[in-house]
Design a binder for this molecule. Structure first.
Ligand code: ATP
Length: 366
């Protein structure tokens, strides 16, 4: 049978397994509904559990096998109780990000009816924006996994924030195109550059490249914000934003803050996209405290599955995959609106399986 696309599936550890199964079931139901056929799944063993069994964090040739597929879907990797000999947590995911240069980290932030809203202002119901986080350089250039910190005895440690023209041009171009796609669906069509250009040369460079790239996208509104002011505005008026582009560390912090505005980690979908590869995963970890208890909220993974279907369509797969993505988004929205999605994560009565079944029922009912 001809498949619509081939996916590398890394379920990983803890609730990563449960939410991957949930996402694949919903993706399959939506694809059946639109007549898109089905995905071929190449499952790849990786993670802390796999490391404990074998001494390796991913199966032999696993990175290359993942790279040969049309997209990578990852549940969650890492368990605090299982660590490499140097004490670090198991994280082949960071290697995949590095190997395939997945520079564009997309974190959608959207308020759903009846899901927790942390702001009293009724306009919070209209929160719908994206944090676009550069994911290969910035301050994470020095992250411990890369071993690039300058350690001067026991007296001083220096971490470098790196901004390159090559990556930043691609990032901003990606941001403007993303804002255009959202504009076509009714958003304001605005890409806001979040930086600290008033203090750092690296950030002034980031903004300068933003301006250069903006000149090629005159149909999209531009905006500027210093990261400290942006943190304030994400609490004061988050409903005013569309796409926010920023370096790695700023994105790490603001995307968690933003996720908190609309619920919790169980709603935080994520895509990491490079020139030729895309990886999709819920932004949360393996949550060992709730693993194996049917308590995990699978919606972050399910919504990441929708992002993956859009990506596959953009890479050349049938339009029906994009239709399937819209079905999933509408199914989640309708389930919340009817108060039929009540995840345990938000003190509701529905575990992983029940939420998944409800989203599938909604998809089939549309
Ligand atoms: P990592 O460092 O791997 O990102 P973490 O230690 O920051 O992971 P997570 O595993 O993301 O933590 O989760 C933190 C807590 O949030 C969990 O212990 C769990 O209680 C809760 N949590 C995370 N994801 C979910 C989910 N999908 N559903 C319900 N609760 C969740």
């Amino acid at each position: 049978m001809q498949h619509a696309a081939e996916i590398a599936l890394i379920k990983g550890d803890g609730i990563g397994v449960d939410v991957s199964d949930a996402a694949m079931a919903v993706v399959d139901a939506a694809m059946q509904k639109t007549g898109a056929g089905s995905l071929a799944i190449r499952e790849i063993s990786a993670g802390a559990g796999y490391y404990q069994e074998t001494g390796n964090d991913i199966e032999p040739d696993g990175e290359a096998a993942a790279g040969r597929c049309d997209a990578i879907f990852l549940g969650a990797i890492g368990l605090p109780s299982i660590r490499a000999t140097d004490g670090t947590e198991i994280s082949p995911h960071l290697r995949l990000r590095e190997i395939y240069q997945l520079y564009a980290g997309i974190r959608p932030v959207k308020a759903y009816p009846n899901a927790p809203q942390r702001l009293a202002d009724p306009r919070a119901a209209g929160i719908d924006f994206i944090v676009l986080r550069e994911s290969t350089e910035g301050l994470f250039y020095s992250a411990s996994v890369h071993n690039r910190s300058e350690i001067i005895g026991d007296d001083e440690v220096r971490d470098t924030l790196r901004i390159t023209r090559a990556t930043t041009e691609k990032l901003h171009d990606f941001g403007f195109k993303l804002a255009r796609k959202r504009k076509q669906r009714g958003s304001s069509g605005t890409l806001t550059c979040v930086d600290k250009a008033n203090v750092f040369h690296s950030m002034a460079f980031f903004r300068k490249i933003y301006d250069e790239v903006a000149a090629k996208h005159s149909d999209i509104n531009t905006g500027y914000s210093y990261v400290d002011a942006q943190a304030l505005d994400l609490i004061r008026r988050p409903w005013d934003f569309d796409v926010l582009v920023m370096e790695n560390m700023f994105g790490d912090i603001l995307s968690d803050l933003a996720g908190g505005l609309v619920g919790g980690m169980g709603m935080a979908a994520c895509a990491e996209i490079g020139d030729s590869h895309g990886l999709f995963q819920p932004a949360h970890g393996s949550a060992p405290d709730i693993m194996g208890k049917d308590l995990a909220n699978p919606l972050a993974a399910i919504l990441s599955g929708a992002l993956m279907l859009d990506y596959l369509h953009e890479k050349g797969a049938s339009e029906k995959l994009a239709d399937a993505a819209r079905l999933i988004e509408r199914g989640v929205e309708a389930g919340f609106a009817q108060n039929r999605i009540r995840p345990c994560e938000f003190s509701g009565d529905m575990g992983t399986k029940a939420v998944t079944a409800e989203v599938i029922a909604q998809v089939n009912a549309i």
